[in-house]
Write a protein that binds this ligand. Structure first.
Ligand code: UT7
Length: 332
């Protein structure tokens, strides 16, 4: 009997309307469009504005887009996994809120916290549910409302991140397509370099934590940069080598959008030319768990059945990983 794999059979996405440009950031912190563009490749990012707008708003919008495109009834969905580090609340999971919002009344749902690698982790878990034969339709969302945890007086972090969410539908297949291989890694000793100090059980919210501005992203950028370049390139290389892929066998590199210089280094290491690298960092910045599904959303129309995609990410934790996905359908 042929093996059951999980195939991506649809993609959805959502980015908020508000565009925060480098020019506008110049009026908020001591920075320049030239510095941001040359050091990161980012020109603008989207921001979710308004009262009571959590990440689930974007996740639900992305799922509605997916359901409309694939014509799937939300009641058929077995499971929703939401990768995010900016859930609406500490609990319940934003995945629960999305399931309720879109009418996925038969689904169980939970969040995954793995920062910028969250979508890869969640996709791997979802693929496991499908290939085990237990479930037939799993939605995996990646998204973050980074603007909710950014200090807009800190020029080293506020210029990088943006808001957005994307999602995919996973279904079983016995063809040689879908999630073919994954290598996921984490190292908690990297926590000091990228984290949020307060608001968790170690340092619950108090007047003092607010006064000390501890509810924002803390990042030692150049240290994270070095780890990201080395580890993302290495893990992508591992996936390429152990699947005996030559650069010409790879249709697309799908790299986490943290910094164009990290993306370029990863592509170089895998021997992939720039025309085969998915990139939207200039328009959305770093949407943390949102970057990979938003790339698939943006590039979906260019993808053909049988295309080999190498997904790679690195982020807080540290967490990192790479995945080989063979595209399962022709768009249009
Ligand atoms: O997605 C999760 C994982 N995160 C990442 O992968 C991010 C990795 N890190 C990075 O992308 C980069 O480290 C940053 C974009 C955050 C910073 O770029 P960098 O080239 O590493 O700059 P740096 O931190 O080494 O700072 C260089 C200089 C400093 O000035 P001095 O000390 O040389 O005078 C900074 O104060 O650039 C200054 N600087 C800025 N100048 C203008 C830092 N941020 C800014 C800014 N505008 N926004």
């Amino acid at each position: 009997m042929s093996k059951t794999r999980a195939a991506i059979t649809g993609v959805g996405g959502f980015v908020p309307d508000y565009v925060l440009s480098n020019k506008e950031l110049e009026t908020m912190v001591d920075t320049t469009d030239e510095w941001i563009t040359s050091r990161t490749g980012i020109k603008e990012r989207r921001i979710l504005k308004g009262e009571n707008q959590g990440v689930s708003v974007m996740g639900a919008a992305a799922v509605r887009d997916l359901l409309a495109k694939t014509k799937v009834d939300p009641k058929e969905i077995d499971c929703i996994i939401f990768a995010t580090v900016t859930p609406d609340m500490v609990f319940p999971a934003s995945a629960n809120l999305v399931a309720d919002e879109v009418g996925a009344t038969n689904a169980f749902s939970f969040d995954v916290s793995a920062a910028c690698s969250g979508f890869l982790y969640a996709l791997s878990a979802g693929a496991g549910f499908i290939s085990s034969g237990m479930y037939k339709k799993v939605i995996v969302i990646g998204g973050d409302k980074m603007s909710s945890i950014l200090d807009y007086t800190d020029r080293t972090t506020c210029i990088i991140f943006g808001d957005g969410a994307g999602c995919v539908l996973l279904e079983p297949t016995t063809e040689e397509v879908g999630i073919l291989d994954a290598e996921l890694k984490s190292d908690g000793s990297g926590a000091p370099y990228l984290h949020m100090k307060a608001g968790g059980s170690r340092m619950p919210a108090s007047h003092e934590t607010v006064d000390k501005r501890l509810h924002y992203v803390y990042q030692e950028g150049s240290t994270v940069f070095k780890f990201a370049v080395t580890n993302m390139a290495e893990v992508a290389g591992e996936i390429v080598e152990r699947n005996h892929l030559k650069p010409e066998d790879i249709a697309w590199l799908v790299p986490h959008q943290a910094n164009k210089r990290i993306i370029d280094a990863t592509a170089q290491r895998a021997g992939i030319t720039e025309d085969k690298v998915m990139m939207n960092i200039a328009r959305y910045g770093n949407t943390t768990a949102g970057t990979l599904p938003l790339l698939l959303w943006d590039y979906e129309k260019k993808l053909k059945k049988g295309d080999n995609l190498v997904l790679a990410a690195f982020g807080g934790g540290f967490t990192w990983g790479a995945m080989l996905v063979r595209w399962a359908y022709n768009s249009n």
